[in-house]
Design a protein around this ligand. Structure first.
Ligand SMILES: Cc1ncc(COP(=O)(O)O)c(C=O)c1O
Length: 349
């Protein structure tokens, strides 16, 4: 039967999303979702949406939404593409900007979807290993058609210096996608590079800072030719009516999003202090999660023991990530439960 399946697809594993437990008692700190609800404006937009209108297709080019996004970033709607989550826009970039005999680059470790996108396209994956502190320097003699750069990076939470990112974009001979999924939690952003360089796209999502992972809306900003290429290859109606309406409402309430981000940053500061006091190595986070190394014992063991206590964090087995845990910032109460559990486990030995 497997002869029906394309060889490259038969050979690949596929992307493994973070676990979504159904038990409501689980404290879920494993997929970088927001612990808070989205703006009340989203609820109102959903309530005012008439079910009757769902018999009609949505606007295929999501114009109202793209106008809103363009206004937020000092761009025009022709500089903006919207997709069914930023995952869809990443997949479309892998189709639009890489020849069949081409290569996709990315830092390692970073978002684990990138190598999967290369496998789906059956093109070469060309990872660049990050340094011992998960940093990088300008690579010499490096070539690929497309480079996915996550900044702030996942799973490390580290944001790269803008001057370095800028130098990379200027030197790289293909399209650079700056995946800024977590940038609202960071000190700066690179949106201006998308409007300045004709080979740079900046990607954002409503899944994290806008607390809308369940909605599925991501967007890309960049030069008109690159954006037009994405439009050519997208599904006809890739963003449904409900999502267009709810995303427009969320993006129109910037004050609410900023407030959520500040709350999460306050909890982040407190959690870092608590974990450092217990001897953890905590990397400087510009995101809504922490990348930590336990002071003693293995990360795998701590992951398992927290899990037994209904606290779910993210563990990436294998390679150099196996010594660390990635912990999403939840509410103050959830983070207290986490640090209390770690303290109890340490005392039990
Ligand atoms: C770096 C990065 N990019 C993109 C995404 C996907 O976001 P979305 O929910 O918009 O598909 C994630 C999700 O965790 C991520 O970590």
């Amino acid at each position: 039967m497997s002869s029906y399946i394309k060889k490259s697809v038969a050979a690949m594993q596929g992307y493994t999303p973070g676990e979504q437990p159904t038990d409501p008692r689980v404290i879920k700190l494993n997929t970088n979702e927001s612990p808070y609800p989205p703006s009340p404006a989203v609820g109102k937009a959903l309530q005012s949406l008439k079910a009757e209108t769902l018999r009609l297709y949505p606007d295929p080019v999501s114009l109202a939404l793209r106008r809103k996004i363009a206004a937020l970033h000092g761009a025009t709607p022709d500089n903006v593409f919207v997709g069914n989550g930023s995952d869809e826009t990443l997949a479309l970039c892998s189709r639009a900007f890489v020849e069949d005999n081409g290569a996709i680059g990315y830092f390692e470790p970073s978002y684990s979807l990138y190598p999967v996108l290369a496998q789906i396209r059956a093109v070469t994956a060309r990872p660049l290993e990050l340094g011992s502190e998960f940093e990088w320097a300008m690579p010499a003699d490096y070539q690929a058609n497309l480079f996915f750069m996550t900044t702030p990076n996942a799973p490390t939470g580290i944001q790269y210096h803008k001057a370095l990112v800028c130098a990379f974009c200027a030197r790289f001979k293909g399209v650079v996608v700056l995946d800024e999924a977590y940038v609202d939690f960071a000190r700066e952003n690179c949106m201006d590079l998308a409007l300045e360089y004709n080979n740079v796209l900046v990607l954002r999502t409503l899944s994290k800072s806008y607390a809308l992972a369940g909605l599925r809306l991501g967007y890309v900003v960049g030069s008109v030719p690159l954006i037009a290429a994405l439009f050519k290859i997208k599904d006809s109606y890739n963003v449904d009516r409900i999502t267009q309406a709810a995303a427009l409402a969320a993006l129109s309430d910037q004050a609410y999003m900023r407030n959520l981000v500040e709350r999460i940053k306050t909890t982040r500061r407190q959690t870092i202090a608590d974990l450092e006091r217990m001897g953890f190595c905590v990397f400087p986070s510009e995101s809504n999660f922490l990348w930590v190394k336990p002071p003693r014992g293995s990360a795998a063991d701590l992951y398992r023991r927290l899990r037994e206590r209904n606290i779910l964090v993210r563990y990436f087995p294998g390679g150099r990530t196996q010594d660390y845990l990635r912990i999403t910032i939840g509410t103050d109460e959830q983070m207290r439960a986490l640090t209390d559990a770690i303290r109890t486990l340490a005392e039990a030995g």
